[in-house]
Design a protein around this ligand. Structure first.
Ligand code: SF4
Length: 341
């Protein structure tokens, strides 16, 4: 469905400047933005991906790398088309970097009403946008989230965080949980992994999510050997989190599997993930998980006081809870996160 886009302004003559994301494209009349999800139609910016749901599933929140956020609950998870990053090892390349102009015509429109009804009918805790970058169809995400909140559902975004601050503030008002994909702490890592050259906003959006908008935030870093795997980089990510997001904010260090242009990079050795986890914990973080290795002991959540397992994870859909009303069943300590009563 074609819709007027949000977050743009007239530029010169019939050109426009899109400030939805930090690429800040200047788009001439009849031209498309870098992401191909919006184009300039006679001096107006139009989005072509509104309601174009390319992927939809009912899945546990754990599949979003959200472990201290309603663990074990089912969510309606939606993915669309396009991305504003170009990650060379992207596992969602087919959705993120397809020819959006072509593919979009093959996908039926879904309305926010249909999406919310589907979540309610299936007993979901909430609605999550993931798979591709949610910024790419923020107009749709906003409408879905507004309706979802009015129906008592929770909301979750899995994002690279590369939004302009106005766009981020707008969606933050309706977002309960945020999983932010931090590719590294160095500009060089972002450039090599994702072809991005300006990363300050990613970190300030994450801080704002926590401090200004009181969202539940978790961070995921896919450790790619030789790209963002140095001790210095892991320590910097962890120390930034400690200072800006707090010691209890979960960090997920996930295993990379070769794909796309990174098909020759080795899968992340388990020992490297385990060492990185210890480094991050030494920087003061309490909840550091190892991801993409089902059954690994570091996929469990441990009580910070008595050290017992309070959330045991074998697979994403096999979650055993040893807590009650957000307290450890053993020593009754309060556990950081959001939990169903
Ligand atoms: S959302 Fe798309 S068109 Fe807008 S600035 Fe980002 S890449 Fe460019």
């Amino acid at each position: 469905m074609l819709k007027n886009a949000l977050f743009w302004e007239p530029y010169m003559k019939d050109s426009v400047r899109c400030f939805l994301c930090m690429r800040k494209c200047i788009i001439d009349k009849g031209q498309w933005g870098w992401c191909q999800t919006r184009y300039n139609q006679d001096g107006q910016l139009i989005t072509v991906t509104y309601g174009k749901v390319a992927l939809s599933s009912i899945s546990p929140i754990e599949t979003k790398h959200m472990y201290n956020f309603f663990p074990g609950s089912l969510w309606l998870s939606l993915g669309g088309l396009g991305c504003n990053f170009q990650c060379h090892g992207c596992q969602s390349w087919g959705l993120s970097h397809c020819d959006v102009k072509e593919v979009v015509n093959k996908i039926h429109d879904l309305s926010p009403e249909i999406v919310v009804k589907k979540a309610l009918r299936n007993g979901c805790k909430g609605i999550a946008f993931s798979h591709n970058e949610p910024t790419m169809w923020l107009e749709f995400v906003l409408d879905v989230f507004k309706l979802a909140k009015s129906e008592g559902l929770s909301t979750c975004l899995v994002t690279n965080g590369y939004l302009g601050s106005k766009a981020f503030d707008a969606i933050a008002e309706y977002t309960d949980g945020l999983c932010i994909d931090v590719k590294g702490s160095f500009m060089e890592s972002y450039t090599r992994i994702a072809a991005v050259t300006d990363i300050n906003t990613i970190f300030s959006n994450a801080s704002d999510a926590k401090r200004k908008h009181a969202m539940h935030v978790e961070v995921v870093t896919n450790i790619i050997p030789g790209y963002n795997s140095s001790e210095k980089e892991i320590k910097e990510i962890a120390s930034w989190m400690f200072a800006e997001l707090g010691k209890d904010t979960p960090l997920h260090l996930t295993r990379f599997f070769p794909y796309g242009e990174f098909k020759d990079v080795v899968p992340t050795p388990v020992g490297l993930l385990e060492k990185s986890r210890l480094l991050a914990m030494k920087e003061g973080l309490n909840y550091v998980y190892i991801g993409n290795i089902p059954g690994h002991l570091s996929a469990n959540t441990y009580c910070q006081k008595c050290k017992k397992i309070i959330i045991k994870r074998k697979e994403y859909d096999e979650v055993e809870l040893n807590l009650k009303n957000g307290h450890c069943s053993n020593c009754k300590s309060l556990i950081f996160g959001r939990f169903s009563l």
